[in-house]
Structure formats: structure tokens, C-alpha cells
Design a protein around this ligand. Structure first.
Ligand code: NI
Length: 254
């Protein structure tokens, strides 16, 4: 039984066949999933999905790329939705220096506000980091994110960053890129992450694992990620599935 800890089943790419995609996931043994909402439309859709599907939980937050659009009203709205028992985390939140829609300084303020909210609500957080590793880690350390814990999603930084993430008490989640042919460094990091801090995800519809790279991703393919991690840790797929399921349930308090 597999737990896909990061999906965007709320994305437009699944508008016409969401039910079929979820059914295929279940057939592949994906018995639990988290759908991540990161702005008004995707959060609204995530809340609908968790009402409809018992095996799907939600994480809601504000994406750093759109940080410049976030109002106090948006943050209050997110806080109010966390009363739903199937909202199990805040995020994705973080920093993204790849796109320049929102200036770094604005992103940092919005990131800090969401960590502070998570501490107030006592919810774990899901972190998006793109080309901003040192600033992300510094803010997590400064804001006391260790108190709530969380996930560094789709981890692809180096071992130094992995160590700091582990020191924060966070989990490292690996997705499709750990299966890519040129991802030897990421595989080396994944191999050294303690089993009790390891999670799996798809980030679907993005980042399809090998051999589907470039195609629309879906939760069923989290199995390919699990197989890769099982091989690295010299475990059976069943053992890896059980460990990552237990880790996710513990973090999300399911
Ligand atoms: Ni995502």
C-alpha cells in the first residue's frame, strides 16, 4: 500500500478524467494521497476532492511564485479551511527563484507568515524550494519550523542541505526525478536518508518518472519512485511501501 504525499489532482490536466486517474492509482496499490492546493482555484478544488474521496487528504497554502498576489484575506481563508479534519498540512509554501513574478523579499514575507500560521495551528508544512535552498533552510531555522515539522517536497538538493533538513526534523520526499538517468547525485542523497525520514510522491501532473518522463504524471506512477528507493535501500517494494506509509501517517496524524 503506497502513500503519494504530493499530488495536484486538482490541476486542470485532470479536469476530464480525475475519477479514472484515482481508480488507476488504487489498482496500483496507492491507498492514500494528499492533494496540494496553492491558490484560490486549486484550494477550492482540493476541498471538493477530499469530500468526494475517502482516501485523499489535503494540504493547502500559497505558492511562492504567486506570493505577490496573497492578501491577508487569503491567509485567513486558508486558516479557516484547516478546521476540516482532512486538511492535514499547510503548503505548499517556500521560495522559488526560478520565476520572477514575485520578488524574493515578498516571497520571504509570505513564507514566514505561513510558517507562523502553521505553528499557531500546529500543522506540519510542505515546502517548495526551487533554486533557493539556503534561504529556505535559513527561514525554516529562524521561524522554528522544527516545532511543527514537515516535508521538503521533491527533494533534489545536495547532502549538506539534506543534513540541515534532517536536523530540522523534516522528512525528505522523493519524486520522479530520482528515477531520471542523470540523477546520480539525487539517488546518492536518497540512499543516505534514514528510512524513518523518507517519503514518496509524484507531484503529478508534473515530473513523471522514467520511462514516462515528459508525459502527464499520475499517482499510479508513485510505484516507480517506490521501486527506485527500495532498490537504493536494498529493501523489497513491500517493505519500502510500509515504511513510507507509516512515516506519512505519522506526520499527517492520520
Ligand atoms: Ni507541487
Amino acid at each position: 500500500m503506497l502513500f503519494d504525499t504530493h499530488t495536484h489532482l486538482n490541476a486542470d490536466q485532470f479536469e476530464t478524467d480525475c475519477a479514472e486517474v484515482i481508480e488507476r492509482a488504487k489498482q496500483e496499490g496507492v491507498s492514500r494521497m494528499v492533494v496540494v492546493g496553492f491558490d484560490r482555484p486549486t484550494i477550492t478544488r482540493a476541498m471538493e476532492i477530499i469530500e468526494e474521496y475517502p482516501e485523499i487528504y489535503a494540504s493547502i497554502g500559497w505558492h511562492p511564485v504567486d506570493a505577490i498576489d496573497m492578501t491577508e484575506g487569503d491567509l485567513n481563508w486558508i486558516a479557516s479551511l484547516t478546521k476540516h479534519p482532512k486538511v492535514v498540512a499547510l503548503g505548499e509554501m517556500g521560495l522559488d527563484y526560478h520565476w520572477d513574478k514575485s520578488p524574493a523579499e515578498v516571497q520571504k514575507v509570505v513564507f514566514r507568515k505561513q510558517i507562523q500560521l502553521a505553528r499557531k495551528l500546529d500543522l506540519p508544512i510542505i515546502i517548495h524550494n526551487r533554486e533557493a535552498t539556503n534561504d529556505v533552510l535559513a527561514i525554516l531555522e529562524e521561524e522554528g519550523a522544527r516545532d511543527v515539522g514537515g516535508i521538503m517536497h521533491c527533494f533534489s538538493a545536495d547532502w549538506e542541505a539534506a543534513k540541515r533538513t534532517l536536523d530540522l526534523g523534516f522528512y525528505l520526499s522523493f519524486g520522479g526525478p530520482v528515477t531520471f538517468k542523470n540523477a546520480n547525485e539525487t539517488r546518492e542523497v536518497a540512499k543516505n536518508v534514514p528510512l524513518d525520514r523518507l517519503l514518496i510522491e509524484t507531484d503529478c501532473p508534473y515530473l513523471s518518472p522514467h520511462p514516462y518522463r515528459g508525459k502527464r504524471n499520475e499517482p499510479a506512477r508513485v510505484k516507480l519512485v517506490a521501486e527506485q528507493l527500495a532498490e537504493l535501500h536494498q529493501l523489497s517494494l513491500e517493505e519500502l511501501a510500509e515504511i513510507t506509509m507509516r512515516n506519512a501517517n505519522q506526520l499527517f496524524r492520520i
